[in-house]
Design a protein around this ligand. Sequence first.
Ligand SMILES: CC(C)(COP(=O)(O)OP(=O)(O)OC[C@H]1O[C@@H](n2cnc3c(N)ncnc32)[C@H](O)[C@@H]1OP(=O)(O)O)[C@@H](O)C(=O)NCCC(=O)NCCS
Length: 180
Amino acid sequence: MITDERDSKIKNLLSFVRVRLLMPEDLPALEWDGEYIHFRRLYADIFRRYEQGEGLMWVAELFDSKVIGQLFVSLSSHCSDHSNDNHCAYVYGFRIRPPYRNQGIGTYMMQVVEADLSQKGFRFVTLNVAKDNPNALRLYEKLGYHIRGYEPGKWSYIDHQGKRCEVIEPAWQMEKELTK
Ligand SMILES: CC(C)(COP(=O)(O)OP(=O)(O)OC[C@H]1O[C@@H](n2cnc3c(N)ncnc32)[C@H](O)[C@@H]1OP(=O)(O)O)[C@@H](O)C(=O)NCCC(=O)NCCS
């Protein structure tokens, strides 16, 4: 098995990355060797919605089949500014494993996902970015997203041990109109 450290030194990493839809056997990899085990039930719920056609789960895979990134899409999002327009998708759960960041993989993932949504007839993409995450905010602005509001970011989930966990993550709501 190739290590994270060695992978991170490979030049032109992007040419070895494939962005594809998640398969059931990828689910354990989303736990990142235990760091995100608390999201096991949440991911299982998201996967159920994906199976029912209400969302999409994307992964970025390295040449040795290692999952190094993830991005989820809700296809049933309604943008308040476009209440008559149900062609609005919501992106969340976007994460690249640390050794692979700042090499263009996140940008590439977003481009693949946006192209897919555009092809499916979606006109708008929305997402939330935590107010204390300037790096992600800068990336989204570079990709053409603009801030359209503020979200208190209160939500909860049931962890892998059955305990309810509350999250408070004040966030900017961002939006982008996809080009045809
Ligand atoms: C946000 C996140 C998904 C971005 O993924 P990424 O793969 O690092 O994104 P990119 O590499 O495409 O872009 C990040 C930066 O690297 C730069 N970059 C892109 N390709 C590069 C390359 N080959 N060499 C050097 N820098 C590069 C980009 O220009 C961008 O620069 P900036 O910091 O000035 O904006 C990732 O940082 C992450 O997982 N963060 C933690 C979780 C998180 O915050 N998720 C977002 C929640 S809203």
